[in-house]
Design a protein around this ligand. Structure first.
Ligand SMILES: Cc1cc2nc3c(=O)[nH]c(=O)nc-3n(C[C@H](O)[C@H](O)[C@H](O)COP(=O)(O)OP(=O)(O)OC[C@H]3O[C@@H](n4cnc5c(N)ncnc54)[C@H](O)[C@@H]3O)c2cc1C
Length: 426
C-alpha cells in the first residue's frame, strides 16, 4: 500500500492546487468524534495509513458550549488513549475515581441505609482507580491537535464523504476534493450513521422517555474522589468527581463535580427552565448533605435518552464502531467505553493484518470483529436497560427487593469484585 503524500498542512481544503486527485490509504474512518478520532490516531500511530473525514469543522467541537459531558474513562480505555498518543495531550488533569457508592432513595429524603460501596483497593487484579473523569471538550482538544500531527493520518474536515464499496476495495470521494482508494471504511458517525443506513443494516431501538441533564457543580466539601450513583424513581442521579478548576468560578473552584441527572422528560423540561438558585436547590434535594453547599457552574445541557443496537456490525469493506453500532443508557457511564472497546478490537485486528501483509478489510477479519464486539455490547445494553427499569420505579415492593439486593451484593465479596472489574473495563 502506497503511503499518503506528505502534504498535510493543506489537507482537505478546497481548491488546494497541491492536492492529488487520487489518494491511497489502508483505512478511511468517517466521523472524527471520540471513537473515530481515537481509532484513527491508534491506527496511524501503528503505521496503518489512515484518512479521517468529518462533516463538521473540528475546532468548534472543543469550545465550552459544544458538549458539557464528562466521561468516566475505564482503565482499558485509558490504555487505548495512551497507545493512540492522546492521554498525555489532555489539557486538564484527569481525576481518578477511587470509590463508588450506589444508593437508593426518594427526592428530598435521606438515602436508604442499605447501600453498595466499592473501593478500588478491593477490586483485585492490577491496582489502580476504577476510572478517570475526563471532560468531553478536553478529549476533543487533544484529538483535534493530535490528528494533525501524525504522518500516517490525513484529515478532511469539514468535508462530505461519498462511499462506494465492493468486494475488491472501497473508494471514498471527498466532495470537492480528492478520492481515496482504501481496503476498509469505518463508520463512526454516531447514532444516526448514514453509512449504516446505506448498508441496509437494521437497528433495534429502545426509547426511555427520559432526559439526561448534565452540568457541573462547585461544592463546599471535597469529593474525596468518590463517584455517587443515587437511584431515584425518575432515574439515576450521578455525581462524578472532577479535578479542581481554575476558571469555573472567579478565583477558581477547588471542589468540582459533574452531574448526570436522569429525569422523566416532562419533569426535565420544567427543571431546565428554573433559575440557577432553584436549580441548585433541586440538585441539593437529590444529593443530600455530603458535599455541603452546592452551586452550579457554567451552563446546563440536556440529551434525550435512548438505546440502540445494530443487527450487524459489518458489511462488505465496512465496520461500524462506537455510537454508530450501539447506544446505551448512561446509568453506568459506559457508552464511550464500549466504543473504545470496539476501537481496541478493530485496531488490534487491522494492525495485525497489516503487519502480516494481509487485507485489512477482508470478510474474515470483519467477521472476527463482529464476534468480538457485538455480544459484549448487547450484554452491557441489557444490563444498563435492566438497571434503569429496576430502579426507576416507586413501587414499594420493588424498592424493598432492590434494597435487599444492594445489601446482599455489598456483603458478597466475589460478586462485588465482578462488578468492580466490569466497571474498570477489565
Ligand atoms: C447524558 C450522557 C452522558 C454520558 N456519559 C458518559 C460517560 O460518563 N462515560 C461514557 O463512556 N459514555 C458516556 N456517554 C456516551 C458517550 O457520550 C457516547 O457513547 C460517545 O459520545 C460516542 O462517541 P462516537 O465517537 O461514537 O460518536 P459521536 O460523539 O456522536 O461523534 C460522531 C462524529 O461523527 C461526525 N459525523 C456525523 N455524521 C457524519 C457524516 N455524515 N459524515 C462525517 N462525519 C459525520 C460528527 O460530527 C461527530 O464528530 C454519555 C451519553 C449521554 C447522552
Amino acid at each position: 500500500m502506497m503511503a499518503l503524500p506528505a502534504v498535510r498542512a493543506m489537507a482537505g481544503r478546497e481548491g488546494d492546487p497541491t492536492m492529488p486527485e487520487e489518494l491511497r490509504a489502508d483505512v478511511v474512518v468517517v466521523g472524527a468524534g471520540p471513537v473515530g478520532g481515537t481509532l484513527a490516531c491508534r491506527l496511524a500511530a501503528a503505521g496503518v495509513v489512515t484518512a479521517i473525514v468529518d462533516r463538521a469543522a473540528l475546532p468548534p467541537m472543543e469550545h465550552p458550549v459544544f458538549d458539557g459531558r464528562a466521561y468516566a474513562i475505564a482503565a482499558g480505555s485509558r490504555a487505548l488513549l495512551m497507545d493512540a498518543g492522546l492521554w498525555d495531550r489532555l489539557p486538564d488533569l484527569p481525576n481518578p475515581i477511587l470509590d463508588i457508592r450506589v444508593t437508593d432513595g426518594l427526592v428530598g429524603r435521606r438515602a436508604s441505609r442499605l447501600h453498595l460501596h466499592f473501593n478500588h483497593q478491593e477490586a483485585g487484579g492490577e491496582p489502580g482507580p476504577f476510572g478517570w473523569m475526563v471532560e468531553a471538550r478536553g478529549l476533543r482538544r487533544a484529538l483535534n491537535a493530535h490528528v494533525r500531527d501524525l504522518p500516517d493520518l490525513r484529515v478532511f474536515a469539514p468535508a462530505e464523504a461519498s462511499v462506494e464499496r465492493s468486494v475488491e476495495g472501497a473508494r471514498v470521494g471527498i466532495v470537492g476534493g480528492p478520492s481515496i482508494a482504501c481496503r476498509l471504511v469505518i463508520a463512526a458517525e454516531g447514532r444516526q450513521s448514514p453509512l449504516r443506513e446505506a448498508a441496509g443494516i437494521r437497528v433495534t431501538r429502545i426509547g426511555y422517555d427520559q432526559t439526561g441533564i448534565v452540568c457541573a457543580i462547585s461544592h463546599e466539601l471535597p469529593h474525596n474522589n468518590l463517584a455517587l450513583e443515587h437511584f431515584l424513581p425518575s432515574g439515576p442521579f450521578a455525581v462524578l468527581p472532577m479535578a479542581p478548576s481554575v476558571d469555573a468560578e472567579e478565583g477558581g473552584a477547588p471542589n468540582v463535580s459533574a452531574v448526570v441527572w436522569t429525569e422523566r422528560t416532562r419533569i426535565a423540561e420544567t427543571i431546565l427552565g428554573l433559575d440557577d438558585r432553584r436549580f441548585a436547590r433541586e440538585i441539593r434535594r437529590r444529593l443530600g448533605d455530603y458535599l455541603g453547599d452546592v452551586r452550579t457552574v457554567g451552563r446546563r445541557w440536556n440529551y434525550p435518552l435512548s438505546a440502540m443496537l445494530a443487527h450487524r456490525y459489518v458489511d462488505t469493506r465496512l465496520a461500524l464502531a462506537g455510537d454508530a453500532a450501539h447506544a446505551i443508557h448512561p446509568v453506568a457511564g459506559q457508552g464511550l467505553n464500549l466504543g473504545f472497546r470496539d476501537a481496541i478490537a478493530l485496531a488490534g485486528l487491522v494492525i495485525e493484518a497489516k503487519a502480516a501483509g494481509e487485507d485489512v478489510g477482508s470478510p474474515g477479519l470483519l467477521a472476527r470483529y463482529q464476534r468480538a464486539r457485538r455480544p459484549d455490547n448487547l450484554a452491557m445494553l441489557a444490563m444498563t436497560d435492566g438497571l434503569d427499569r429496576l430502579f426507576s420505579t416507586n413501587n414499594p415492593a420493588a424498592r424493598l427487593a432492590r434494597d435487599l439486593g444492594i445489601a446482599a451484593v455489598d456483603r458478597a465479596g466475589p460478586l462485588k469484585r465482578v462488578f468492580m472489574r466490569r466497571a474498570m473495563g477489565a
